[in-house]
Design a protein around this ligand. Structure first.
Ligand code: ZN
Length: 266
């Protein structure tokens, strides 16, 4: 018994790295949870560990801290590491006390788990990725939102219209992110032109008829396919126009420009 205790707690122990026979104490060695190492203190001296970790600003510092923790079989706990101000001595003292000194590296809490989790909640569907080929995930997310606002209550009947709507969404996104007044003005002007081309925007009465005809045909289609209930007799004409304008035009634009929907007063 006495002999065994002496082996586990020798008075002097040679460091497996520097080969120096340090007197064993908490000043020279760390206690550990490594089941394969029979001595109470890990036979790698504090000086060697400190030299290996190097300075805090060393780019390998954190990965080496984790490596030493694996040797000692102590946990890596990101939040504790931050609280310890990235100081190895403070950190290892704290984690060595957890669970009566039995908390192991397998019980680590890595910072990346949280980051990876938040990434997986943001998924772009394959269809959208194909549709918006060439754009980043963040851009696709925004484009999908803008595009859905455009297509909400408006069916694109042809590939040309769809292409125009795509261009409108892209232009709107660029305008949203523009920090340059000139560029912004140009983008809004382009946006206006694209809307004209897509017949989203009604043309002025004095202007040529063709677009108006197409716009009128679109309204007719909505009237036929998505009729709304008739209002009271006395409000009939006025209300109907207002509802159509709100539903298919004003709300649509309000959304496009990031404003709240205009609720019809009834
Ligand atoms: Zn050493």
């Amino acid at each position: 018994m006495r002999e065994q205790e002496d082996k586990l707690n020798p008075i002097k122990m040679t460091c497996i790295s520097c080969r120096k026979p340090w007197t064993v104490s908490t000043k020279t060695y760390y206690e550990h949870n490594n089941q394969l190492v029979g001595t109470k203190y890990y036979p790698l001296c504090k000086t060697c560990i400190g030299d290996y970790l190097g300075e805090k600003d060393n780019e390998k510092y954190i990965s080496r801290v984790k490596e030493i923790l694996q040797h000692l079989n102590r946990p890596w706990i990101y939040e504790q590491w931050v609280k310890s101000n990235s100081d190895w001595g403070r950190y290892v003292r704290h984690v060595s006390s957890l669970n009566n000194g039995h908390k192991t590296f397998m019980e680590s809490e890595f910072e990346t788990e949280k980051i990876q989790h938040s990434v997986t909640t943001f998924e772009i569907e394959e269809d959208a990725r194909r549709f918006w080929r060439g754009y980043s995930d963040e851009e696709i997310d925004e484009l999908e939102y803008l595009f859905s606002n455009l297509t909400d209550g408006y069916e694109s009947e042809s590939l040309i219209q769809e292409t125009l709507l795509k261009q409108i969404a892209v232009t709107q996104m660029k305008a949203n992110h523009s920090t340059n007044t000139k560029e912004y003005t140009d983008l809004i002007s382009t946006l206006s032109k694209l809307m004209n081309d897509a017949n989203i925007k009604p043309t002025q009465k004095s202007n040529t008829n063709q677009s108006e005809e197409i716009f009128g045909a679109w309204i007719k289609k909505i009237e036929d396919e998505e009729p709304i209930p008739e209002p009271l007799e006395e409000f009939k004409d006025v209300d109907k126009v207002k509802k159509y304008l709100n539903k298919y035009f004003i709300n649509h634009f309000a959304k496009l420009f990031g404003l709240k929907d205009v609720k019809s007063k009834e």
